[in-house]
Design a binder for this molecule. Structure first.
Ligand SMILES: Cc1cc2nc3c(=O)[nH]c(=O)nc-3n(C[C@H](O)[C@H](O)[C@H](O)COP(=O)(O)OP(=O)(O)OC[C@H]3O[C@@H](n4cnc5c(N)ncnc54)[C@H](O)[C@@H]3O)c2cc1C
Length: 462
């Protein structure tokens, strides 16, 4: 059983497939050197320290959970297609089971492994498990998948039931313990992705156990009304904050959906906002868009295929944005939060992306690559799909407008609490200027701990 972005025992179709067909199951996870050490097309590291830590924790949790069921997780570093091929030969396995991935790099790896396995008569068996829905349950073939979210939602929301999640196994049969290495490559990962910080009580601890604990806490605390999409915003009303576990597959969307359904049904009187379901639907939507349009989601022209306006790859502008020094407090707070924590609410992602695309005129792929590096919850379809949309190369025309940062600030951060949290230089700036520090009269700068030639100032480019 080859674990990939499905680091869980519950609702894991590939694992159940292996357990149903084989007498013995050897679980394997491979830290792919290319993901942990390589850079993107524009030279940005693909894996930042936040996600690297989260993956280490998730694999460790999986290892413990498998151990409880009698299984030993074999952990390796290298190219999965080579490592698995060698193991298949050494252990003389009949099949390798995995959940199918649909995006460029992951597909290349699984295809390469599949071809190699043919040479020794071993089959790579694929299962599904990424989405809320099964593709075969949809009322249209992928080629006819609606490109607008609202149309997609209309066609599936009330018609397609979400299947029940599969139960977690209670035993992993391993009669002969093969020679395995189950040591976590902590040192290797720390060297490949410098800056990993272990926290006492991290906001996101990787692993299925933490994911399920988080969901039961959420349901108890928020009484099922998690993710009321209109109000969700860090610092004001938090959203569910479950995306890191969904992205690494520590949490199954079907399981999450049914837990939430059961809870809201059992606790009558709680406002059922339907918010979580609609949010999870966005996730399926971008995955299906990725499936329908393939590698176009990674191209500058996106799925529309039109070049649009000329864009820049200016390194200095990009650095100003990435380090949170644009002079627009909402954008800078978002980028500093991202760099510090690896997580952002959707609003902050939209501000950061909107600024890079519409104000700086940079190639949106730079932003998408930077998010790929920094986000704990990086998911190829969700990330590139959302970026493409904001850049006007995606499915929806309505979302590619410039952001009015002042009106967003008035609406979502009227007291300035969010920007003060991430930009200490604004600590003593009164509310009236906290979102427009460039308008503070020069003579008053010093009263608020600011100086014209240093600290938090307006951008120097137009
Ligand atoms: C520029 C940009 C980049 C993004 N990159 C990613 C990414 O790499 N990985 C990722 O999981 N999400 C991404 N998103 C979508 C969204 O911002 C996050 O899923 C959400 O903020 C995660 O927080 P949450 O779990 O509290 O979400 P909630 O609002 O509580 O929603 C619950 C779940 O629904 C899904 N979801 C919600 N909104 C979206 C959306 N717009 N697109 C896809 N799925 C959604 C997520 O799985 C999320 O965990 C991106 C959005 C933007 C604008």
């Amino acid at each position: 059983m080859w674990f990939r972005q499905d680091l869980r025992l519950h609702d894991n179709e590939a694992l159940l497939d292996a357990l149903t067909h084989a007498e013995e199951v050897f679980p394997v996870y491979v830290f792919d050197e290319r993901t942990f050490k390589a850079c993107t097309a524009h030279g940005i590291p693909r894996m930042g320290s936040h996600r690297a830590r989260f993956i280490l924790e998730s694999v460790n949790d999986l290892k413990d959970n498998l151990h409880r069921l009698g299984g030993t997780l074999h952990i390796a570093v290298g190219h999965p297609e080579e490592v698995l091929f060698e193991l298949a030969r050494k252990w003389q396995v009949s099949w390798i089971c995995c959940n199918r991935e649909r995006t460029r790099d992951e597909v290349l790896v699984q295809e390469c492994l599949e071809r190699q396995l043919w040479s020794i008569g071993v089959e790579l068996r694929f299962s599904r498990g990424k989405m809320l829905y099964y593709t075969q349950d949809l009322p249209f073939p992928i080629t006819h998948m609606p490109t607008s979210y609202s149309q997609f939602r209309k066609e599936v929301e009330r018609i397609v039931p979400v299947r029940q999640p599969l139960a977690a196994p209670d035993h992993i049969p391993m009669a002969i313990q093969p020679e395995t290495s189950s040591a976590l490559p902590v040192h290797w990962v720390r060297t490949a992705c410098p800056g990993i910080a272990w926290q006492q009580t991290p906001r996101f601890s990787g692993g299925e156990s933490h994911a399920q604990a988080k969901v039961s806490h959420l349901l108890r605390e928020n009484k099922g009304g998690i993710t009321n999409s209109k109000e969700a915003f860090s610092g004001v009303i938090p959203s569910a904050e479950v995306s890191p576990w969904l992205s690494q597959g520590c949490l199954s969307p079907k399981w999450l959906y049914h837990e939430w359904r059961r809870f809201t049904e059992e606790h009558e009187g709680n406002e059922d906002t339907n918010g979580l379901f609609l949010k999870l639907l966005w996730r399926d939507y971008f995955r299906l868009i990725g499936k329908k349009f393939g590698n176009n989601i990674f191209r500058r022209t996106g799925i529309r295929g039109k070049a649009g306006q000329t864009v820049s790859l200016d390194k200095e502008r990009f650095k100003t944005w990435a380090s949170g020094r644009t002079g627009i407090p909402l954008v800078d707070a978002s980028m500093r939060e991202l760099n510090t924590t690896g997580f952002l609410t959707e609003k902050s992602r939209q501000w950061a992306a909107g600024y890079l695309v519409h104000e700086l005129g940079l190639d949106w792929r730079l932003g998408a690559e930077y998010f790929e590096c920094q986000l704990i919850d990086y998911d190829p379809c969700s990330n590139w799909g959302n970026w493409m949309t904001i850049a006007g190369a995606g499915p929806d025309h309505r979302d590619d407008r410039p952001v009015n940062f002042l009106s967003q600030a008035r609406k979502f951060d009227p007291s300035g609490a969010y920007v003060r949290l991430w930009i200490p230089a604004l600590q003593h700036v009164p509310n009236q200027w906290v979102h427009t520090p460039d308008q503070i009269p020069e003579g008053e700068l010093e009263c608020y701990g600011l100086r014209k030639d240093q600290g938090y100032t307006a951008p120097s480019f137009g």
